[in-house]
Design a protein around this ligand. Structure first.
Ligand code: ADP
Ligand code: MG
Ligand code: MG
Length: 343
């Protein structure tokens, strides 16, 4: 079977995607697949590298995009013979249902969440309303549309201050990896934060800020799902940006997190419910806030979490008893099975 490993992409998370793809390349069972790495440039062009038939064929990480750029990739190729697409893409244009829609239209089996779950998971406003409807605990939030902001910014600010108070978190609705997000402590900084978020999206979400531990649970499966032991992002400051999180590796990931069995059970149940609420299939990482007084809130569901060696998703699975190689094989098989089950 041909496995198209698609990585890079137009989103701000291009770099993380390359790292995830490179880690995955090392873990694939090459007796099952011929791997064709497909690189999407920051401008959105698709290129392919030569086939990888064994671990010996894997290029150096810094060559991953250079090699791929030599040969334009014709999408039609994926419709010939037995193929499966593995989009290792984070953020808009990859994790948000758009690329998944392309595979659906061309009837190509693909790994990871489907169109609906991807789109809902990526949109912080829609996902919150879905969580609320499902009775899941979430923080108070307001949606702000660019049109409303343009008409009366003072009213928007007053409403936010009255309803949420400080600190607030201002976020673009559709993005990830902390891009465009600001923690706002006072009124004088609010305008700037809102305008920054509007650079990335026409809808933004503003949330009540909490002082909380960040616990993450991995979910794996289609109808029949499994949850992992929780892992924790140990922070030394209230908010980590993109560079801290992914490039400087400043965050410590503690696996499993040091919480009670009772709380572990509760978080695993909430993670499964959040996954079902967005119609998840394949993989997702459900992120929680745990406040000092023991309150738990669902922050977000990431339908394609980081897959680097150091990432939480593969690490919590390893601790739960599923080594990285087996995890990758399971994730691929789940994509193939979902496609078969639907026929
Ligand atoms: P992304 O999809 O970019 O990861 P998040 O909603 O997870 O967006 O926000 C990024 C980070 O910002 C979180 O991991 C957390 O550290 C911090 N954060 C976000 N919202 C809040 C909040 N309401 N209270 C406290 N911290 C928050
Ligand atoms: Mg996210
Ligand atoms: Mg997050």
């Amino acid at each position: 079977m041909k496995l198209y490993l698609i990585y890079g992409g137009k989103s701000a998370e291009h770099e993380v995607s390359i790292k995830s793809a490179y880690s995955i390349l090392q873990k694939i069972y090459y007796d099952h697949y011929t791997v064709i790495p497909v690189y999407i440039t920051r401008e959105g062009q698709w290129y392919k590298a030569g086939n990888v038939n064994s671990k010996d064929d894997i290029p150096e990480v810094k060559e991953m995009n250079q090699i791929a750029k030599k040969q334009p990739f014709n999408f039609i190729e994926m419709m010939e013979g037995e193929s499966v697409a593995f989009p290792v893409l984070h953020g808009p244009n990859g994790e948000d249902g758009t690329v998944q829609g392309l595979f659906e239209v061309f009837d190509i089996p693909y790994v990871g969440a489907g169109v609906l779950a991807s789109a809902v998971g990526m949109d912080k406003i829609i996902s919150k309303s879905v969580f609320k409807e499902a009775g899941l605990p979430i923080l108070p939030y307001n949606e702000v549309k660019l049109t409303d902001w343009k008409v009366d910014p003072d009213k928007v600010k007053d409403d936010l201050i009255q309803y949420l108070g400080f600190p607030m978190f201002v976020k673009p609705a559709n993005l990830g990896s902390s891009v465009g997000i600001t923690r706002v402590l006072e009124e004088t900084k609010l305008k700037e934060a809102i305008e920054l978020a509007f650079e990335y999206d026409t809808r933004i979400v503003v949330e009540k800020g909490v002082k909380a531990r960040e616990i993450e649970v991995a979910v794996l499966g289609n109808e029949d799902i499994h949850t992992s032991v929780p892992g924790e992002l140990i922070k030394h400051k209230p908010f980590y940006d993109y560079e801290d999180k992914y490039l400087n590796q400043e965050v410590i990931r503690q696996v499993p997190s040091d919480i009670s069995d009772e709380l572990t059970k509760k978080l695993r149940e909430l993670a499964a419910r959040a996954f079902h609420a967005i119609d998840g299939t394949g993989v997702s990482r459900v992120d929680f806030f745990l406040t000092e007084d023991g309150e738990v809130y669902v922050n977000e569901v990431n339908t394609f979490p980081g897959f680097t060696n150091n990432s939480m998703y593969p690490r919590v699975w390893a601790k739960t008893g599923l080594p990285y190689e087996d995890l990758i094989e399971e994730v691929i098989q789940l994509g193939i099975r979902r496609h078969k089950d639907r026929l």
